[in-house]
Design a protein around this ligand. Structure first.
Ligand SMILES: *[C@@H]1O[C@H](CO)[C@@H](O)[C@H](O)[C@H]1NC(C)=O
Ligand SMILES: *[C@@H]1O[C@H](CO)[C@@H](O)[C@H](O)[C@H]1NC(C)=O
Length: 216
């Protein structure tokens, strides 16, 4: 009966061996996957249309290379945020969108969303897992909620407020050092080292109540 209907479809010779049929099935499965993937990309880009988009550099590269890691790049970012104060959408290549939120009201909506509504990007975080383990940064769901609840009292604003003065003092030391260096004729300085020292200074003062004067 099957033989009969297949030959009626013009597939008579195919039915002789199962391989062409299997190949056909496999090819249809691939096609279905590709179509589903294209539809997901289309659907995502349709939903993100509510965010304004600066002009693309090219259809293929999207906005890649729009902002360079230079002083001009910093100016470009400032200009972008001034033009799109709420937030904007850029494309990393032809299919990968990136939404940048600028206004505190927009950011608040996201940071205040529950963990179920705003899940973490597991593709990105999976790279960090071998280094950092399944701690507060990388865990999700119930495990994250439980750990976060345990930590909440330690991050209460009233506990953090006294640290403001320590941070401020450490930054003031750093600024004084920069002023000294600038007045001494040095116009170029590697900020990374200075900021690392300032962080170390703040940590020692906050965690160990120890003033090591490491910035001097
Ligand atoms: C944050 O979300 C909670 C409920 O999820 C809501 O009650 C609260 O008003 C929100 N806060 C802000 C600042 O949006
Ligand atoms: C931080 O230090 C600056 C400079 O000394 C001072 O003007 C400012 O009031 C300080 N702020 C706080 C929060 O201590």
């Amino acid at each position: 009966m099957l033989q009969l209907s297949l030959s009626w479809l013009g597939l008579g010779p195919l039915a002789a061996s199962p391989w062409p049929l299997l190949l056909l099935l496999l090819a249809s499965w691939f096609l279905a996957r590709i179509l589903a993937w294209i539809y997901t990309i289309y659907d995502n880009s349709r939903r993100l249309r509510c965010f304004p988009q600066p002009p693309k550099r090219s259809w293929f590269w999207g906005h890649l290379g729009l902002v360079t890691p230079t002083e001009q790049g910093m100016r470009d970012v400032t200009q972008l945020v001034a033009t799109y104060p709420q937030g904007f959408r850029t494309w990393l290549g032809p299919i990968h969108p990136l939404v940048t939120l600028c206004h505190p009201d927009m950011v608040r909506a996201l940071t205040n969303a529950s963990a179920a509504v705003a899940p973490k990007d597991m593709v990105f975080y999976s790279f960090l897992k071998p280094w950092l383990g399944d701690g507060l940064l990388l865990s999700s769901g119930d495990k994250w909620s439980h750990h976060r609840r345990l930590l909440t009292p330690a991050f209460h604003f009233n506990i953090l407020k006294p640290y403001m003065k320590i941070f401020n003092d450490s930054v003031n030391i750093m600024h004084a050092k920069w002023k000294r260096l600038a007045s001494g004729g040095s116009t170029c300085l590697d900020m990374f080292e200075h900021i690392s020292l300032m962080t170390l200074d703040s940590l020692q003062k906050c965690v160990f109540s120890f003033d090591s004067n490491c910035q001097e």
